[in-house]
Design a protein around this ligand. Structure first.
Ligand code: PAF
Length: 272
């Protein structure tokens, strides 16, 4: 019988760096002794030894034998909660990676998240359908949404530490009046038919950079004009974030993956 010794933090968690009680014990291997879900929802920091460890011998057929403790993801909806978390991460020396999205997540988004592996020790996926980048109200209304499905996908695939999904009032308080204007680059290509779109993108992306305190952010080459504008903006405004471009992911018939593909009619899908 093959056995493996694993540990569960069964008692309250207390130490200087992390005075938050352990709410839910997570299975941890000998190597990662300190994994534990803290009361505020975060995983415990590695350098903080839990007290009250109990050694449990697990047979190879037990699901916990294979469970990875890293898959826990926290859902955050307020700026304050996010600020507390990212400030703590930076104090602990983590590098924060961001994947900004408007949700309806697909493999393209997961590829952006994967691209941050090894470049960021903590990864955030933001989901926010940004009203000010839509110049057509129907496009905004019909944009595919499904936060629970997005959360389930991220939990299943792992890699995200936080799903940040603020509502409009968190992003645009009453009387909101300030925008980032991108001149020149937004009047050609797709921007020519979408006046104001890239100003809306630049504004929300800047807000997301500031709120998440991201050190690095991944953007798909699929939206190439967007990528160029964001790089320009980061340079012009000296924003302390690196931009990681990620190659486009395509379906077998070469169509680029996009959340909007869900809105293709069956005939259009066939035509493509
Ligand atoms: O590419 C997108 O999904 C959006 O334009 C972004 C960057 C998340 C800003 O809303």
């Amino acid at each position: 019988l093959k056995l493996m010794c694993q540990y569960s933090a069964t008692l309250a968690y207390s130490c200087k760096q992390s005075p938050v009680p352990c709410q839910k014990p997570l299975p941890v291997t000998k190597k990662l002794l300190t994994h534990c879900q803290l009361a505020d929802g975060h995983k415990s920091p590695y350098n903080c030894p839990p007290i009250g460890l109990r050694c449990v011998a697990l047979p190879y057929w037990h699901p916990l034998f294979y469970k990875q403790p890293e898959t826990f993801m926290k859902r955050i909806t307020t700026r304050q909660e996010l600020a507390d978390c990212v400030t703590q991460w930076h104090k602990e020396g983590h590098t924060i990676g961001l994947v900004p999205t408007m949700g309806a997540l697909h493999t393209g988004h997961l590829t952006l998240l994967k691209a941050l592996e090894g470049k960021a020790t903590r990864r955030i996926v933001s989901v926010f359908v940004n009203p000010i980048q839509f110049n057509n109200p129907d496009d905004f209304r019909l944009y595919p949404r499904g936060l629970d499905a997005d959360a389930a996908l991220l939990e299943q695939t792992g890699g995200a530490d936080i799903l940040y999904a603020p509502d409009v009032s968190q992003m645009y308080p009453d009387g909101f009046a300030t925008r980032i204007l991108v001149s020149g680059l937004d009047t050609m290509l797709c921007g020519a038919d979408r006046p104001g779109h890239f100003d809306g993108v630049a504004t929300i992306v800047t807000k997301l950079f500031m709120q998440t305190q991201a050190d690095i952010a991944a953007f798909g080459e699929k939206d190439f004009q967007q990528l160029c504008i964001i790089r320009r903006m980061v340079q012009d405004l000296n924003l302390p974030v690196s931009i990681l471009p990620v190659p486009t992911v395509r379906e077998a018939d070469d169509l680029a993956l996009s959340s909007r593909n869900k809105r293709l009619s069956p005939e259009r899908s066939e035509e493509r």
